[in-house]
Design a protein around this ligand. Structure first.
Ligand code: FES
Length: 138
């Protein structure tokens, strides 16, 4: 299986690993098929800007690389911009993933959406986007 240099870079040196204790939004998703779990923490200011973002992923290399890239892509952006993050964008930023590993990248998009939903819930804002179903809970 051939991984791009970008994937190897983010897998061996993942950015934004860890947790945020007083996070404004936390999203956890799992992949029922492989059992991998990804959790994303967001710190959001009063202008809806994601000022900090961290992740913890118990999963394969592709899942770690995509979490790392996803946090890099949404940090400093607003939550509505973060909601536009699709797995295609993450995979493209990583210069591609082997087809069998694309399902791993979907976790990042889902974890971000769940973290934003958690934030909305905390501040009492109604959900105005579709929340992906967590595979693990099916
Ligand atoms: Fe489970 Fe990649 S094999 S997320």
């Amino acid at each position: 299986m051939q991984y791009s240099e970008k994937v190897m870079d983010h897998f061996t040196h993942p950015r934004n690993v860890g947790e945020i204790e007083d996070a404004d939004g936390i999203g956890t998703v799992g992949n029922a098929k492989c059992g991998d779990i990804m959790r994303i923490y967001l710190k959001i200011d009063e202008n809806d800007v994601i000022t900090d973002c961290k992740f913890k992923t118990f999963g394969c290399g592709a899942a770690i690389a995509t979490s790392s890239m996803a946090t890099e892509l949404i940090k400093g952006h607003t939550v509505s911009e973060a909601l536009k993050l699709t797995n295609d964008v993450v995979v493209e930023a990583l210069e591609g993933l082997p087809p069998v590993k694309v399902h791993c990248s979907v976790l990042a998009e889902e974890a971000v959406k769940h973290a934003v939903a958690d934030y909305y819930n905390k501040i009492g804002r109604p959900l105005d986007f579709e929340l992906p179903v967590d595979d693990d809970e099916e």
